[in-house]
Write a protein that binds this ligand. Structure first.
Ligand code: FES
Length: 101
């Protein structure tokens, strides 16, 4: 299990390993509209992993390629549909847009 926290808002839940960050965001009550259905092609799920980056799966080539095309990408950037919780440590994600809900 990983303790997952979504900011802004501080929404949190304990979630099993293998949960994607996108699933985690929705599980704690966050809202994230995807355009590609989680195929690493729309970039709408770009988030920052601000804590616990080692508790998240490694970048895949597809994720890396998509991130390269986005504006505002930094070292903490991940595609929430591709990155999954490893269950090894707590993970905190910051969404780019305003959090609703
Ligand atoms: S949902 Fe489209 S890139 Fe992640």
């Amino acid at each position: 299990m990983s303790t997952f926290t979504l900011n802004p808002g501080g929404l949190t839940a304990d979630l099993p390993a293998g949960t994607s960050l996108l699933q985690a965001i929705l599980a704690v009550g966050g809202q994230l509209v995807t355009k590609c259905g989680g195929n690493a092609s729309c970039g709408a799920c770009h988030v920052f992993v601000v804590e616990g980056r080692k508790g998240v799966s490694r970048l895949t080539p597809a994720e890396n390629a998509k991130l390269d095309t986005l504006v505002g990408v930094g070292s903490k950037s991940r595609l929430a549909c591709q990155a999954t919780l490893l269950g090894t440590e707590a993970v905190t994600v910051e969404m780019l847009g305003a959090l609703s809900g």
